[in-house]
Design a protein around this ligand. Sequence first.
Ligand SMILES: [Zn+2]
Length: 341
Amino acid sequence: MLPAMLYRRIPASAPAALIFAATLMSACGSGGPVAVADAGFDAPAEQRLIALTDLDQRVARVGWRLSAANAALCPTVRNSAGWLLHAASQYSPELRPHAVARFGLDGDLPGLLAVPEGSAAARAGLRRGDLLLGVNGEALARGPGRRAAAYEGVEANIRRLDLALAAGPVRIAFRRDGNDLSATVNPERACGYEVQLDPSDELNARANGERLFITTAMAGFAASDDDLALVLGHELAHHVLGHRDWHEAEARGRQTQTVPALAGSPGGAERQADRVGLYLAARAGYDTAIAPAFWRRFGAYNWRVRYPQWGHPSAEARARALEAVQAEISALQASGRPLLP
Ligand SMILES: [Zn+2]
């Protein structure tokens, strides 16, 4: 469901300066670039691949769980298998041999990088490392031999899978340990937003109406899945709350180098997203009691969020507000009432 790697591979093999230029300054996480000891873009190729694919798997797992648990609240939903797919051809020549050796990839054929527990793909018996060969009796395209990183082939395969899933259960042909097998995937409804992991040292996450974005530095800082659910839940809440228009206005404001004119409203939007995001994380079964401590830790680590900026309340104000929301959630959980924000 979340081919984050598709989008991530482009900047991953691009110079770091490009990555910074492509990242927005003032999304929901924090603000400007902060030096973070992270997996490092100058690490040897294989270690870089392992670090990034590990983060991809975590983000996919948490993103899927949030999306599946909150389908009833999302304005856009779709049929999801829950898997995260990648292909050899999307990797740079430097990373590709490691990706092929480690994940058994071949050309444009989509391989399963993450299969979240409880997802439709997992229930169908699919596992990480399986290579998808066909859908509903038709072969997926392996594509031509490619040198440079290319996305169009695997994207076309993923589109075919998504179209088939949209119509209902699909018969999947796949290869595991050299054996050709098949399985039926019964998709489930999930929020219709992909999560994209952006390689960047900037501590940031954002939403744009179509996707949720989180940087590698932010995903790395969110040490547990509960932390990650808090961050991604906040971004998903912007979608649930229909804040897309505000984000577009904010982006326009940035382009013209002015502070967004909606000064009164973004802070309100951020507080709303914090509140609803905590509910979304709780509904997905995550421990949301960690939220106030997370924000205090984040404020101690990153001076940029210690004070109100770009319409965002300070980290301490957000921590205090979330204590109150957590009290509501705990009361609802204790009484067995539905967790509706
Ligand atoms: Zn936000």
